[in-house]
Design a protein. Structure first.
Length: 349
């Protein structure tokens, strides 16, 4: 980092914890993630013992009911890790590249675009294969993101944070109305789409989530590569350009990564709200405002939130369960309000 760049760093980056504190925060997140994974395997309508978990990880005995339960929970545990990491990092990338603290895959309309594309595919092809659904969700998210930028760029001041939020909200409503129209016309499509629309980890198999891993890994690498650009954009676009950052190219590259993350996560689990919005703000309290640390922390914190929400959903009303998309909204709303009141009063659009 040059002397000029060090001098111009935002106050949020300069006032954050030191290197030891940031490494300690990441280590803490790893420990909490491990505990959340263990809780996801142990707890539910039928609690199991640690010995059953260890046995199920090595060789499942079909005659042992506890081991069968653990095996059924492995898929949704892996799904929570994969989807949570994708949504948490996508939210961090969006907030950094748009300089918008309210940027999120839901607020900017990406979830709505993916939903419409999936509905169209299901209406035309019936029970579509996962690769086809993933491709459709990716294209839908990409199209809506492009439209949001085009709409927000109209005017002399360009794509300001508030215009991006308003443009995304408006397009989400418009795209959502088209989705609802198709669902009203086709009952079979509605039946296929209903559980996916809620946001759920219970319907996917382990193979489904593992198939999404390579795509999400590519998207994660792309978004992580924009961390320096996000730090520069946080100081203002003029300052970022003065530091040699090609803002348009960084946003284009980051948008591709975000669409890969959000589109794939939405394809396998449905639209899940609040993860991408809340997680980057939460980890800022731990690692400060440097996106080189916010992004890796979001990769760890996203799965923690999704694992806890999914586990809590199984414990609230046993033997029934509340789907993870509903639990994230129920948990995320109050927590985000508390964070806004306590530690984010300086956030401005």
């Amino acid at each position: 980092m040059t002397a000029t760049e060090s001098t111009l760093r935002p106050a949020a980056q300069r006032s954050g914890p030191g290197l030891g504190g940031k490494l300690g925060a990441l280590a803490l997140l790893v420990l909490v993630l491990a505990a959340a994974v263990l809780a996801s395997l142990l707890l539910g309508a039928r609690n199991v013992g640690l010995d059953s978990v260890l046995a199920a990880l090595s060789n499942v005995d079909p005659a042992d009911g506890d081991q069968v339960v653990v095996q059924s929970r492995m898929a949704r545990t892996v799904g929570a890790i994969v989807v949570g990491a994708a949504l948490g990092l996508a939210g961090a990338g969006l907030q950094g590249l748009t300089r918008n603290p309210l940027a999120d895959t839901g607020i900017l309309g990406l979830n709505a675009g993916s939903s419409l594309a999936v509905v169209v595919v299901v209406a035309l092809a019936g029970a579509a294969s996962l690769p086809l659904v993933m491709a459709a969700a990716f294209l839908g998210a990409a199209l809506v993101m492009t439209l949001v930028y085009v709409v927000a760029s109209v005017g002399r001041e360009g794509a300001t944070p508030i215009k991006l939020a308003l443009g995304g909200a408006a397009l989400a409503v418009g795209v959502g109305s088209i989705t609802n129209t198709i669902l009203m016309i086709s009952k079979s499509t509605l039946d296929e789409f209903r559980m996916w629309q809620i946001g759920s980890l219970s319907g996917g198999s382990l193979e489904t989530y593992l198939l999404a891993v390579p795509v999400i890994a590519v998207g994660a690498l792309v978004v992580l590569s924009t961390a320096r650009a996000c730090n520069a954009v946080a100081m203002g676009e003029d300052t970022a350009i003065a530091l040699g950052i090609n803002v348009n190219r960084a946003r284009l590259l980051g948008s591709v990564g975000v669409v890969l993350l959000a589109g794939t996560a939405t394809a396998v689990a449905g639209p899940i709200a609040f993860v991408g919005l809340m997680i980057p703000h939460a980890v800022r309290l731990l690692v400060g405002g440097d996106y080189r640390w916010i992004m890796p922390a979001s990769l760890l914190a996203g799965p923690i939130l999704l694992l806890l929400a999914d586990t809590a959903g199984r414990l609230v009303l046993p033997p029934s369960e509340i789907q993870v998309g509903v639990m994230c909204a129920m948990l995320g709303g109050p927590i985000f309000i508390i964070m806004m009141r306590s530690g984010m009063k300086s956030v401005k659009l």
